[in-house]
Design a protein around this ligand. Structure first.
Ligand SMILES: [Zn+2]
Ligand SMILES: [Zn+2]
Length: 338
């Protein structure tokens, strides 16, 4: 056990979406970023065989009826169990960051134990932050919420938020075996991950150096991968209205053809997301990165690669990092950005 605080020093490669950064003064909400760290921590824990509830789902969240908790709630807290970490985002002088984080800004994830924290827990946190930096993105957890996507689609530059680089990190060494046995301890809550089982590192993939986007008004390889109609045109009048313009026919924000699925099958519905759910593919242009999830009940990695090759015919197998391979790379390269 350790008592000292731990710091991961970072640089923002893109601005960081903090939930309300688009509003006038862009005040920072650390709880939004903590929510995002927690979300990726859940993904990691599920991928390594441990229990992780969905705290936004009243039917799933901890504690269970026996009063037991999952691995994530143990650290981050839940009803009746205070979190064991204090989480701050500070600048290089240790002052709290008040505004939204801009490109190239240095900032620090600063964690102070409120109660003793095990080496295994620090190691999981370290893996989580490196997963975010090397293969994912950070933002409010709303990055994965459809309502927010809708808002982001109406923003001038909506693609690139939340890419970070870790520039220094604590030296935490825990064997993989030790981590896995920690995650399988018998006192944890016994649970079925149900509808959100897909949000696991087992199902995660990332292609660094690749991005998906719109090519022109009729072609969007992003929409091709999602299974959506590629056309940008307004469903009402057939013209193109870029935000914040409304359609002159009905004076409303336009609904585009690209909101329609090409084929309303379950795979497209799951990947593109519907009103209740987020899409499952995210892409960044500067630097180029595309990541997403598969779902054993809907689409596997090889089918996902086939879809991606409709956008990138030259995609090589070793450019597509997936599930357990990616975990092995993270575990074998402590602190190492690729
Ligand atoms: Zn829980
Ligand atoms: Zn229109």
């Amino acid at each position: 056990m350790r008592d000292a605080h731990y710091e991961w020093r970072c640089k923002a490669i893109t601005p960081i979406w903090t939930g309300d950064a688009y509003q006038k003064n862009g005040r920072m909400i650390p709880s939004g970023l903590l929510g995002s760290v927690r979300w990726w921590f859940e993904v990691l824990v599920r991928g390594m065989g441990g229990p992780a509830c969905d705290p936004t789902d009243p039917d799933s969240r901890c504690p269970d009826k026996h009063g037991n908790r999952c691995v994530v709630c143990e650290l981050f807290g839940c009803t009746g169990w205070a979190r064991r970490l204090q989480f701050k985002i500070v600048d290089s002088n240790g002052q709290p960051v008040q505004a939204a984080i801009v490109k190239d800004q240095e900032f620090v994830f600063h964690f102070t134990p409120l109660r003793p924290i095990l080496d295994e827990e620090w190691a999981l946190l370290d893996l989580t932050l490196r997963l975010i930096a090397d293969y994912g993105a950070i933002g409010g957890r709303t990055v994965f919420k459809p309502s927010d996507e809708r808002r982001r689609e109406n923003m001038p530059q909506h693609k690139d938020y939340g890419l970070i680089e870790i520039t220094s990190w604590p030296d935490i060494k825990v064997e993989e075996r030790q981590l896995r046995s920690y995650l399988k301890q018998s006192h944890w809550r016994n649970m079925d991950h149900g509808d959100y089982a897909w949000a696991s590192l087992d199902n995660f993939w990332c292609a660094n150096g690749k991005h998906l986007a719109r090519q022109n008004k009729d072609d969007s390889n992003f929409n091709r991968v999602l299974g959506r109609d590629e056309r940008k045109t307004c469903k009402i009048c057939g013209d193109i209205h870029d935000p914040p313009n409304k359609c002159p026919k009905n004076n409303r924000y336009p609904h585009r053809h690209s909101e329609n699925l090409i084929n309303k099958n379950r795979t497209n519905q799951w990947i593109a997301g519907d009103k209740q759910e987020s899409k499952k593919v995210f892409s960044f242009r500067h630097p180029q990165r595309t990541f997403g999830f598969v779902n054993p009940e809907v689409i596997d990695f090889s089918e996902m690669k086939k879809r991606l090759r409709k956008a990138w015919p030259d995609l090589k197998d070793d450019e597509f990092h997936q599930g357990s391979d990616l975990l092995n790379d993270l575990i074998r390269s402590p602190g190492g950005a690729p």
